[in-house]
Write a protein that binds this ligand. Sequence first.
Ligand code: AMP
Ligand code: GLY
Length: 420
Amino acid sequence: MNILVLGGGGREHALAWAIKQNPKCDRLIVAPGNAGIATLAECAAIDPCDTAAVLACVEENAIDFVVVGPEAPLAAGVADRLRAAGILTFGPSAEAARLEASKAFTKEICDACGAPTAGYARFTDLAAAKAYVTEQGAPIVVKADGLAAGKGVIVAMTLDEALAGLDEIFGGAFGDAGAEVVIEEFMEGEEASFFILSDGVNVLPVGTAQDHKRVGDGDTGPNTGGMGAYSPAPVLTPAIQADVMDQIVRPTVAEMARRGTPFQGVLYAGLMIKDGKARLVEYNVRFGDPECQVLMLRLGAQALDLLLACAEGRLDQVRAQWADDHALTVVMAANGYPGAYEKGTPIKGLDALPEDSFNMVFHAGTAARDGQIVATGGRVLNVTARGDTLAEAQARAYAMVDRIDWPQGFCRRDIGWRAL
Ligand code: AMP
Ligand code: GLY
């Protein structure tokens, strides 16, 4: 079959890598892709949110199946338009994507289905929000309702930070995404991510992972899109996973179906675990980046069969076959990230690295220029490895990092510390 993957980051490189290994895949196009993706698929210079261009690409290339990587095209209704055109598509409708695109909507669903989450209140008025925060006191969490590229959440340890956060959001720092705020109880505990496929009715867990959000070693410095991840996440024990499925995931999927907006795609549940109990922090409606990279390295070719079963509504007939293994990915970012950074710097040494089912460098922000690979983004490479133990996966990943010659890049040296 001919397959189109929408997106051009490390997540999409990992998806393309797994899909390409499955004999069902005849032709693979990734839009827009990147320099790493170009080594295993055709890249099409298309904006994934440009529905007309995506539909034209599907028609021209007789695409049978579309996998949507990022949240923006989902929130923009690209999956709806593809399905309306009769194209088999992996990814939720715009209505169902509100589970990520509106934090207030997610709270509404949690209330309706009884899923455990942080207590909260919603505001569209600055003065009322300030009065509430002042009455509640710190620590407290202030969130812009809409999509804000991961920047619309202020975990305020002091009242002043919370009030400043409200000024920022209502002052328009996040545009329309900040027209409403959700103010939440601060939850303590250990965070982990749980990935579940849903075909609208049936659900299938496809792995757990832990991200490293802060830029610096020891979880210091500002928040980022994620500086590294590993899978599985030992904190999500089988018993906690079973509770999360029963108390959070199945009730959510049932409530979405009851409303006539079934969720089809991957549900990424961000969880806070304390004393053996998990509460929902947030939902995302796509694979995590870089969490997808470790999941795909562990799933390999079967990933395509699972994505197809999800899109075709037959998740009850498939099962994920897990090896008893571990995967870990280290993000290499441009110096200065998540602040200002230089673009176009050359990266050397990639050709000499192993590329197999145990070692993969997934590209996030790269381009090929004059026969060289250059950095084009903040997060640039995802150096990923698998092993029988997490320590082995970590040692393999850092051994590859140390062979990459990129003076203008950096990485955290402690990915995996919490589990090791
Ligand atoms: P979100 O974009 O909702 O995932 O929030 C970003 C990060 O803020 C999360 O990954 C958590 O680390 C933190 N966070 C969000 N909500 C809460 C909460 N209610 N209590 C504690 N930390 C939170
Ligand atoms: N790594 C966090 C995310 O994908 O949202």
